[in-house]
Design a protein around this ligand. Structure first.
Ligand code: AG3
Length: 274
């Protein structure tokens, strides 16, 4: 007998994977957490029935969340990751030598604990001395920060459950206040096939707050539709005007200097959303 997991991505459509083992299946204080081994994509973290990350394709999301804003900023020193308790974004942030301190604010300590145990190559850098891990509410952390960060990355779940307030305009206003005068932020903003209205709404909210607002995409096979979007809000630096010499050498599997710019070239039906 084989066991299969389906994420129902919409009422009528889903993604199905063969599961070899279930390591954890637990209701935490905030959400349902499952950690499983899949045949095709290695170990996988599922929150509230939604695929968060897998060993095989995690690099796409984590590299694209981290490197696009970090290379856009000329000298990012102080960085905040909201959510992202699996540690993947932090691992990529640490590849930038200018970063002196990276703060991770994850609401659910269990995500951190089980990621360290079952996703060690993703979570391994959470112990790095340049990293400060806080198990806390990211929304509150933003609300109480002022003029502190060069770059903020919002690595949230979907806008249901604990992350719903991370997609509201008031949160982006808080982010703007928490950023320094030339700060940049990025948020994962779902996909254009099943949640086009969300992309339009977030883009419009962010562009009312930030002078430079941009949308870019990456291919993530285990996320709904595979075509994922990220929205950037920037006070001064434009991700489309990064001087070539700023792209220092780093080891990546998805991001390249060419892709940094190419990721902003949108299919027509996607650019029509913004
Ligand atoms: N956070 C965004 C995952 C969204 C996936 N959505 C879904 N499967 N319906 C990923 C966390 C990785 N650090």
């Amino acid at each position: 007998m084989s066991i299969w997991f389906t994420e129902k991505q919409t009422e009528n459509f889903g993604i199905t994977m063969k599961i070899n083992k279930t390591y954890v299946s637990e209701q935490t204080e905030f959400q349902k957490l499952d950690m499983v081994e899949t045949e095709e994509f290695g170990n996988m973290l599922i929150l509230d029935g939604m695929v968060m990350t897998t060993q095989k394709d995690e690099f796409v999301y984590h590299e694209m969340v981290a490197h696009v804003p970090l290379f856009t900023h000329p000298n990012p020193k102080h960085v905040l990751v909201v959510g992202g308790g699996d540690g993947g974004v932090i691992r990529e942030v640490l590849k930038h030598p200018s970063v002196e301190k990276a703060v991770l604010v994850e609401i659910d300590g269990k995500v951190i604990e089980y990621s360290k145990q079952y996703l060690p190559e993703i979570a391994g850098d959470l112990e790095n001395p340049r990293v400060e891990v806080k198990v806390d509410d990211g929304f509150m952390h933003i609300a109480t920060s002022e003029n502190e960060y060069d770059v903020i990355m919002v690595d949230s779940t979907e806008p249901v459950g604990p992350a719903a307030k991370l997609f509201e305009k008031g949160f982006y206003e808080g982010i703007s206040k928490a950023l320094k005068e030339d700060g940049i932020f990025v948020a994962q903003t779902d996909n254009p096939w099943f949640t086009p209205e969300l992309i339009t709404q977030v883009f419009s909210d962010v562009s009312e707050i930030f002078p430079i607002t941009r949308l870019y995409t990456a291919n993530i096979p285990t996320y709904p539709s595979g075509l994922w979007t990220f929205t950037i809000g920037s006070k001064k630096h434009d991700p489309l005007e990064v001087p070539a010499e700023r792209f220092h050498d780093i080891e990546t599997k998805y991001w390249t200097p060419q892709l940094h710019t190419a990721a902003f070239a949108l299919p027509k039906f996607v650019s029509d959303l913004i």
